[in-house]
Design a protein around this ligand. Sequence first.
Ligand SMILES: *[C@@H]1O[C@H](CO)[C@@H](O)[C@H](O)[C@H]1NC(C)=O
Length: 340
Amino acid sequence: MIVAVFCCVLVDAASQPLTQITANIGPKPNNVGMFLYKPAKSLASPLPLTVAIHQCTGSAQGYLQSTQYANLADEYGFLAIYPNSPRSRSCFDVNTPQTLSHNSSSDSQGSASMVSYAISTYEVDSTKVFVPGMSSGAMMTNDMAGSYPNLFAAASGYSGVPFGCFAGSSSWNSQCSEGQLVKTAEQWGDGVRAAYPGYTDSRPRMMLWHGTADMALYYANYGEEIKEWTDVLGVSQTPTTTTTQNNPQSGYTKTTYGSEVVGYSATRLSHTVPVHETVDLVYSTGTPTTTLPVSTSPVTTTSSSAGSTGTGTSGWSGPISCVTGSTFQVINSYYSQCLP
Ligand SMILES: *[C@@H]1O[C@H](CO)[C@@H](O)[C@H](O)[C@H]1NC(C)=O
C-alpha cells in the first residue's frame, strides 16, 4: 500500500526552471535531492524560504507543478526548496529512528542541511523558514518540526500523521495509518521532545489539515496530531476558536489553539486535502490575509450520494469500503481512494 494523491492537475507554470543543487551542502544521507526554485524578480528582504515536501510517488518537479508555492515565490520574491525522495516509490524515511531524531543520518537530516545551506548561501532569513508537505511529505513536515525545531518558524501538514506515529522497522505502519495508534497528548509530546533532548528554544507553529473520509491515513490521525502539537507548544487542547466556514472552501472547520496550532478538518474529503498555498503563506509569514488572493491547487473530484466498495490494490490489505457519500476509485496499481 502506497499513499499517493489524486490530484495534480497542472497549475500555472512557474516562470523559472527548478535547479538541482549538487554542491556539498553538508550531511545528506541517502542522497535526498535538493531542488531550488529562485524567482526571476528581485528577492524579498528579509528573505523567506519554503521547503515543500512531496508525497509518495511524487517528485520535486512534480510538486512544483502541482502546487502554487513557486507561483507565489514569483509573486512575493521568496525562495522555495523541493527535497526529492531517493527511493523507488518516492516515499521518505518517515519511520526510522534516525529521521525522528536531531542530526541523525536520514532524509530529514539531508533536508535540514538544505535549509542551513540556503541560509548561508542565499542569505535566507533564518527566522522565516517554512515547511509544508503532503501525505508522506506531511509526515516529513511533522518529522522536520520535531527533529529540527531550531530551523522552522511554521509548518503545514496536509493529510499526514503525528511525529513518531509511523515509527518502526517497516516503512508502512498500518496501526498508525488506520488511526489506531492513540496516545495521550503528553506521550506524543514526550516523543517529540526526545527527538532533540535539551532543546528549549522556540518551535514552529503547526497548521494541520485532514479529510474526514481519508482512508489512506485515517482521520483519527488529525486529532492525534492536534494532541501532540498542543502539548509540545504548551497550549490548551480546548480550541480558542472553532469556525465552520466556507473559507478556504465550504465544508472546512477551522480550529485554533492560540496561534501556535491551527487545524482544518475537511468534511468528506479523502486523501489528500488539496493544498491551500496562500493560507499556508499567510500562516507562515503573518502576512495579512487581505493582501493575498486565495488560490488553491485544483483537484479533480467526482460526486455521488452513496458509499461504494472496490477491490484492494497491490499490497493493500486494509479496508476497501468507502463511507457513505464517497466513491471508491482505483488511481493506479498501488493506490485507490474514496472520493466525495
Ligand atoms: C546539527 O548539525 C548542524 C549542521 O551540521 C550543526 O550546525 C549543529 O550544531 C548540530 N546540532 C547539534 C545539537 O549538534
